[in-house]
Design a protein around this ligand. Structure first.
Ligand code: ADP
Ligand code: MG
Length: 231
């Protein structure tokens, strides 16, 4: 336990330091990316295809750093949160095409239950979309190139919460892994950051909600539970 505490503190400190420099990393990266794109275009025009390929790889790698830095920034809460009343039904309607597109690219079918009678909630729209996106992306990544992503909801009336359920038909999460998935930097992926779920948990906790996960051998369901307002 002692070790675990030390480890968590160390990770939190690394996270904070990294977040502190995140903006400093992002700005030069943006200008590198811009010039690299010009270079890429010029190389294409001169038909230097091998060099075009190199610059494509560099652009991809820059995007990966940007993504990582973005997760650090979310984790460190350096952005002001903007809480407001959210029409959850509308938010889901706006979110669906994004995830349908992402799923389509991976040959994944998306099934949705009726989202019309979702209650209003209080939260930060952008952060909430980030949560749904992160969890759906994990689901898609877990399924590889086939499967079904099911989005549904149910009410938890005793707790006055609404649960948005994101279910996949992937391989599931083994018991020895499931306790760790919300830890910052925990990942089982070769190119994972291990920050997605810790960011999600932070965001939902700040909204007074919680994330539950169930996975029994086959497939995984994430329940994103959020307090709702009376209508
Ligand atoms: P990353 O996606 O960068 O690995 P996350 O914090 O998003 O980091 O996820 C942590 C880990 O949780 C993943 O590496 C994976 O092992 C596990 N995980 C999350 N969602 C799923 C899922 N739907 N199916 C199987 N494993 C999952
Ligand atoms: Mg992830």
């Amino acid at each position: 336990l002692e070790n675990q505490i030390h480890r968590n503190e160390r990770l939190a400190m690394i996270g904070q330091m990294a977040a502190g420099t995140a903006h400093e990393i992002r700005n030069p990266l943006t200008s590198i990316r811009g010039f690299l794109q010009i270079l890429n275009k010029t190389l294409k025009e001169r038909n230097m295809m091998r060099e075009v390929e190199y610059t494509n790889i560099m652009l991809d790698e820059i995007d990966r750093i940007n993504h990582l830095v973005g997760e650090f920034l979310l984790l460190s809460k350096s952005r002001e949160t903007r809480y407001e009343k959210i029409d959850l039904a509308l938010l889901m309607k706006q979110f669906l095409p994004i995830i349908q597109n992402e799923a389509l690219l991976h040959g994944i079918e998306v099934q949705t239950k009726d989202f019309d009678n979702l209650p209003p909630i209080v939260g930060d729209k952008e952060l909430l979309k980030q949560v749904f996106l992160n969890i759906c992306k994990n689901a898609i990544e877990a399924m590889g190139n086939q499967g079904r992503l099911t989005l549904s909801h149910h009410f938890l009336p005793e707790e006055q919460m609404i649960s948005i359920n994101i279910k996949d038909t992937g391989p599931g999460i083994p018991p020895y892994v499931i306790d760790k998935i919300f830890e910052p930097f925990f990942t089982t992926k070769e190119e994972g950051t291990g920050l997605g779920l810790s960011v999600c948990q932070r965001i939902i906790h700040d909204m007074g909600g919680k994330i539950r996960v169930s996975s029994k051998g086959y497939g995984t369901t994430f329940h994103i539970c959020i307090p709702y307002l009376d209508v």
